[in-house]
Every structure is written in C-alpha cells, then in structure tokens.
Design a protein around this ligand. Structure first.
Ligand code: FAD
Length: 293
C-alpha cells in the first residue's frame, strides 16, 4: 500500500526539532531508522501530517562511558550497539541480546531510541533496559527530564514520553564483572522474528563465608512478549534469590507473576509454559557462569 500524504521535514539541529515538536505535537512523528514507522505508514496504521527526520542530528548518536553508566544516544543504530566494545565490556546483557533483534538489514538502520519509543511488547530492548534499571532522558523546549525504564513503558505501544518530547539518550549502569551476572533467552519461530516469549535475567554472586561456595543472589527476571509491557516476575525472582536451587517452585510462581494473553503464535497456556522453559534455561546459564568464576 502507498504512504498517506505527509510533509517531510529534515531537522537541522536539536533546537529545530524541539521547535517542530512543540508546534506540531501529535500531528508529527519523529523518523529515526524508519524500520517500524514506514511500515506503519504503508499499512495506514498511522497517518501523521509531518515526518521529522532526525537522521542528520549527529549529536543524537554515539556511545560513551559517563562515570558509573554507559550512555547510548537515541539515534545509535542497533548494529553500532551490537559491535560496541564498550557495550560488550560494561553491559554484557545488552551485547548478548542484540543479535536477536531482527536481521542485519534492519539492525543497520533501526535505532535504540526508535525501539524504546515504539515500546513494542515483544521487543527486546524495553525488557533489557527494564532489567538493567536504565534511565531515559527526554527533551522538550521546556528542558530535559529523566524517567526510569521501569516507569517509562506504560502499556501496549504506550510510554511516558509526551508528544513534544524526543528521547535523547539511555543511561545504563555499568555491570561489575566480579559480581554481576546476566542471561538472555527468547523463543521465536524463526531467527530474527519477534519473540513469542523472552527473558532477561540478572543476578549477583554472593560470596560464601570461609569454605562455602559462592551462590546466586538478587535474581531478577524480566519477561517480554507476555504482557503489554515488560513484566518483572517478582514472586519467582524473590523466591529464587532466597534459594536458587528451588527451580520448580520458581517456575510455579510464574503462574502468579504472569498473565500472558494469547496471539496468533501461541495460546496463554503455551506462553506460560515457554516462560518456565526460559527460566530453566536462564538459571542453567547463570549457574554455569557462576561455576566458571
Ligand atoms: P522508527 O521506525 O523510525 O520509529 C519508531 C517510532 O518511534 C515512531 O513512532 C517514531 O516517531 C518514534 N521515535 C523514533 N525515534 C525517537 C526518538 N528518539 N524519540 C522519540 N520518538 C522516537 N525489533 C525488535 O525489537 N525485535 C525484533 O525481533 C524485530 N524484528 C524486526 C523485523 C523486521 C522485518 C522489521 C522491519 C523490524 C523489526 N524490529 C524488531 C523493529 C526494529 O528493531 C526497529 O528498528 C525499531 O522498532 C524502531 O526503530 P527505528 O529507529 O527504525 O524507529
């Protein structure tokens, strides 16, 4: 199908973009990688009056370490995150996840800011940023504000971003390689498809006293593809943090934590079952990492 009519405007600076957002609000859409937006225009799911192209704004691109965080600017392409030595060193969970996002052609154009702003419940990055307690910076003409990832994703394709704001950067706390472990797993029909269900797990190593062996603690399980936004499975996380060997009980606790709705790919029951499978895989992976320390 053809695109609906719209006016194309190339933002020449961040100030120019903020002026345009202030003037046009919900009648305008920011065009980043275009990998989701252009499809939604073709399908007539969206028909904005204006597309505001931010691809020339180099200040919105790039990754750098700032104190105890890694800052990833919104226009950074998926492929840049995938290949970043800084991300590999400091945020291994993000590095492990990037190959699961779509295919190389999509990763060459798609951006971290576009994925987070879209808030697709089956996308990986909203769950990863939730799991890692990331902070987002949003800017409007009135100034900038920060929002925790855990408060940003409000529902199905719904976020805390106001229509006159642009997401400018994501700050993710750097992980301590001596104490922080992470695991990522998802189930999709074909490699590169959106996940039917996925899990980002984080944990810490608790040192044993005297001769006792170290064990996993502070286990946190963030699921995606099973709700309208990323879901932290709090009961299972708490139970397994107290005793990581109680895997069956952890899987059973998911019945209370998760309420997946079905779709064309899987019924709610199958999704819940897959979440248990993912939990077992993640714990096996975390235990293997622990054993290797
Ligand atoms: P765009 O399409 O340009 O924009 C998306 C939305 O975000 C628009 O509403 C836009 O206005 C808004 N927006 C963009 N940037 C900003 C900003 N800085 N501030 C505020 N609003 C902004 N994604 C996955 O996570 N997992 C997958 O497995 C996956 N598979 C895919 C397979 C295919 C075939 C395709 C085409 C896409 C797939 N995607 C997948 C989506 C892909 O990751 C997109 O790159 C991403 O969803 C949107 O990023 P974008 O930069 O292309 O954003």
């Amino acid at each position: 199908m053809k695109f609906p009519n719209f006016e194309y405007v190339k933002a020449t600076s961040l100030d120019h973009l903020l002026d345009l957002l202030e003037a046009h609000g919900d009648d305008a859409r920011i065009l980043a990688g275009g990998q989701s937006l252009l499809a939604s225009l073709s399908l007539r799911l969206s028909s904005p009056d204006k597309l505001l192209d931010i691809n020339g704004l180099t200040e919105l691109s790039g990754i750098e370490r700032q104190g105890k965080s890694l800052e990833i600017n919104a226009l950074t392409r998926h492929v840049e995150v995938l290949n970043s030595p800084l991300v590999a060193e400091h945020i291994p969970l993000l590095s492990k996840t990037m190959p699961y996002i779509a295919h190389a052609a999509v990763r060459n154009r798609g951006t971290i800011g576009g994925s987070l702003s879209l808030a697709d419940p089956s996308a990986e990055l909203p769950a990863i940023t939730t799991a890692l307690d990331a902070t987002f910076t949003l800017q409007s003409k009135a100034g900038s504000r920060t929002v925790k990832a855990r408060e940003f994703f409000l529902g199905l394709f719904e976020t805390a971003r106001q229509e006159n704001e642009v997401l400018t950067k994501v700050s993710i706390p750097v992980q301590n390689p001596k104490t922080d472990l992470s695991s990522f797993a998802e189930i999709s029909r074909r490699k590169g498809d959106f996940a039917i269900a996925g899990l980002a797990a984080t944990a810490r190593i608790k040192k044993g006293l005297l001769n006792r062996t170290p064990r996993l603690t502070d286990i946190s399980l963030t699921y995606f593809g099973v709700g309208e936004a990323p879901v932290i499975a709090r009961k299972a996380s708490e139970l397994l943090s107290q005793d990581p060997s109680r895997i069956d009980a952890g899987v059973a606790a998911l019945n209370d934590d998760l309420e997946p709705s079905g779709n064309l790919e899987a019924t709610p029951e199958i999704k819940l079952h897959l979440c248990g499978v993912l939990l077992r895989r993640a714990l096996a992976d975390l235990n293997a990492q622990l054993a290797a320390t």
